[in-house]
Design a protein around this ligand. Sequence first.
Ligand code: PMT
Length: 401
Amino acid sequence: MQTLAGKKILLGISGGIAAYKCAELTRRLIERGAQVQVVMTNAAKEFITPLTMQAVSGRPVSDSLLDPAAEASMGHIELAKWADLVLLAPATADLIARMSAGMGNDLLTTLVLATDSPIAVSPAMNQQMYRNIATQENIATLERRGMHIWGPAAGEQACGDVGPGRMLEPMQLVELCEQFFADKPLKGQSVVITAGPTREAIDPVRYISNHSSGKMGFALAEAANKLGAKVTLIAGPVSLATPAGVERIDVDSAQSMYDAAMQHATTNDVFIGCAAVADYRPATVAEQKIKKTDDSDQMTISMVKNPDIIASVAALTENRPFTVGFAAETQDVETYARGKLVKKKLDLICANDVSVEGQGFNSNDNAITVYWHDGKQSLTLASKQQIAHQIIMTVAEKLDA
Ligand code: PMT
């Protein structure tokens, strides 16, 4: 798909071993419709030849500030204005330091000074150089000036060290470029999402919970963030990394999830309840670990109802957010989901049949039907990331309508 059709990307390559990946990166960008103008530092040419980069980009490489012939075709100021995005990959510690200091002692740093296009920096260097306080401060300076910092990844390095400092893989950089240029239908909107299970304590060491992994809710948070929203993720106890750019609030019980949800619901535009909230909790929590007794083979736990978080949000009379629920069903999915849509007064409900193997709880994939009062949309089995993207796009359409 031509996801980057017509986009002009100035690819600035500095002198690190990861420069060899730039041929692949350029090919993948061009495959998606981008025009790529390569600019190389002198050190970069020690790692990959300008001839290779010219061949893959289909354009002569720019590498000199003081070359009359190059200046006559596209001068450095013109080049700086041409780009929709300046992508510096690999960006060595030296290039980052020179940019941080505002130097313009070669074509690439001069272009960085002369452009008002967005700049993305993909650091690549030895892990110790990356960890060095000077490099860290330089990167923080670039970030503060509004540059996008893409990476680095951690892992085995060309020098044999292991740690952070690997340039992101070409396809990861391509995806970041795609995200950068993608339409952001939720720009200016804020979204609260609940995710994962709740834990209802029985005593200090035992609880009642369920199989929710948080994957669906975290995928929704990531998708909403990528589509431009400011995202607050209220997470039950799960072991997932927080998606980049998302604010996370960790909670435990249904009551603590309710408190966090009610605190944020009125100040956000959209509320999505994806968490598998326990409907009931033990009426009392034993102060000490409950002991097994010899005189009975049974034990009974008396339960009381938890507050219904999503119904409470949907019932708000002032500053009510657009409210999206989930329905985890094992039979008669449409009837039960539509019943919850009406009873809980939701705007949308995303129903999943959790009796089907390979979808629903704790799986990587899901299949969802989104219902609203006079319509529905079926999202067939796909990764939770893809399903989340489609749900968020549907939410954006409904907000727009
Ligand atoms: O976390 P994963 O492993 O990725 O799995 C994803 C999922 C299966 C948990 C998710 O897709 C899902 O279906 N979430 C909702 C689970 C659920 O509790 O469904 P329900 O039909 O019991 O509840 C209906 C709605 O009411 C939900 O939006 C739920 O968040 C909300 N609810 C329920 C009880 C309660 N006390 N408060 C609530 O807000």
